[in-house]
Design a protein around this ligand. Structure first.
Ligand code: PLP
Length: 398
């Protein structure tokens, strides 16, 4: 007998749950990739993608995962030997920096650790020290999926402006686009990257670079640009073939069309609000379970937590034990710890990550939390009473 049998829930921070509507839209024979419906459909995606990013500027679509568009963003704006500033708040911005270093870009790294967001005073110092404006780009991750911290991208723009520094501002929104609020143009972001498989509810395999005219001017000088990653032919192609520098990802495009329709139907601000409320339910449970014990959300200040993913410490070895219990007894797969998070004695096994991004609703999140509470009871993991009730209260209040 296993209570895990039934519909399994992959509650990891990406790939996220795919709506049946997206899956059904993809279930079709191969379409004509030269003329007709697919061509029109692809053009229709452009304004809707820009609306989700809150930008009037440009988007280039790629057949790639998030790592692919990390490389595309760097290649289109930078040259060998250029310097960039990496603002690390977990695994992901460091990863972007490692990729840049491999492309012979000179990376200055400020590491804010595993439990904090970007400290703007330290950024201001680094910019002030760069009197010759050698730093060409400042790289941040809006939500670092390893620590679940959310950075204040608007504050970062203001810090650059206050320093009078001309560097481009890059934001990695792979974890959080269409989950956490984001306003590319109003926040002065020059380049933003995201993927299809998290807030956009589409299978992994497509990714996007959004960029403004300032970033596109950098493309004129960038000697790292290569034919495949070049964003120019993808901006407003005269021939359909140039959109993807080859065969279009036909089925992904049908899926993405459906996902963007779903976001439009719900309303982007309602989508953000749904994520905010579901995240607060998760935190309410964690805070209550943690009363007087070791259980806690990795990021202490709720204002700095992502609405898409929560990294939590359940005490010595318990993240691993609970993930295992959830898989085998509740039919839920939770996220593994990533990056440099360290629990008791430096162990990662204390942590797990809960993905609450994309096609997720109240019963799914309450199911995960109820499962965790059952798992703690079964495994005799000490926890404060009433965590599930606290989450239910958040949902009840809406
Ligand atoms: C998932 C993720 C990535 C990597 O995306 P892949 O599709 O796995 O290459 C990069 N940055 C952030 C913030 C992410 O959440």
């Amino acid at each position: 007998m296993s209570l895990a049998n039934g519909r399994h829930y992959l509650a990891i921070p990406g790939p996220s749950v795919m709506p049946d509507r997206v899956l059904q839209a993809m279930h079709r024979p191969a379409p004509n990739i030269y003329t007709g419906e697919l061509v029109d459909l692809t053009h229709s995606l452009v304004p809707d993608l820009k609306a989700v990013a809150r930008t009037r500027h440009h988007v280039a679509m790629y057949i790639a995962n998030g790592h692919g568009v990390w490389e595309a963003a760097l290649a289109n704006t930078l040259s060998r030997g250029d310097k960039i500033l990496i603002l690390a708040t977990g695994r992901f911005c460091l990863g972007w920096g490692e990729m840049a270093a491999a492309m012979h870009i000179d990376c200055e790294i400020i590491d804010f650790g595993q439990r904090a967001d970007i400290d703007m005073d330290r950024v201001a110092e680094a910019l002030a020290a760069d009197k010759d404006h050698k730093i060409k780009a400042v790289m941040a991750v809006q939500v670092d999926t390893s620590t679940s911290v959310r950075n204040d991208i608007l504050a970062l723009r203001k810090t650059l402006d206050a320093a009078g520094h001309p560097a481009l501002l890059f934001s990695d929104n792979i974890a959080c686009l269409a989950c956490d609020a984001f306003h590319m143009d109003d926040w002065g972001v020059d380049v933003m990257v995201t993927g299809s498989q998290k807030g956009l509810m589409t299978p992994p395999g497509m990714a996007f670079v959004f960029f403004n005219d300032k970033a596109d001017r950098a493309r004129d000088r960038a000697d790292l640009a290569t034919s495949y990653w070049d964003w120019r032919p993808r901006m407003a192609p005269d021939e359909y073939y140039k959109f993807f520098n080859g065969t279009a990802p036909a089925h992904h495009l049908y899926g993405l069309r459906e996902a963007l329709d779903m976001i439009k139907e719900e309303g982007l601000e309602n989508v953000w609000q749904r994520h905010a409320t579901l995240a607060r339910a998760v935190w309410a449970a964690l805070d209550t379970w943690g009363a007087g014990g070791p259980i806690h959300a990795n990021i202490a200040d709720p204002a700095k937590r992502s609405h898409a993913v929560t990294t939590a410490n359940f005490g010595p070895g318990n993240g691993l034990r609970l993930r295992d219990w959830m898989t085998h007894n509740a039919g839920v797969t939770l996220g593994i710890p990533l990056g440099g998070v360290e629990g008791t004695g430096g162990r990662k096994e204390d942590f797990l990550r809960i993905g609450h991004m994309g096609h997720v609703n109240a019963h799914m999140v309450m199911g995960v939390l109820a499962g965790l509470q059952a798992g703690m009871a079964a495994l005799q993991i000490p926890h404060g009473a009433g965590g599930l009730d606290a989450a239910v209260q958040v949902i009840a209040e809406g």
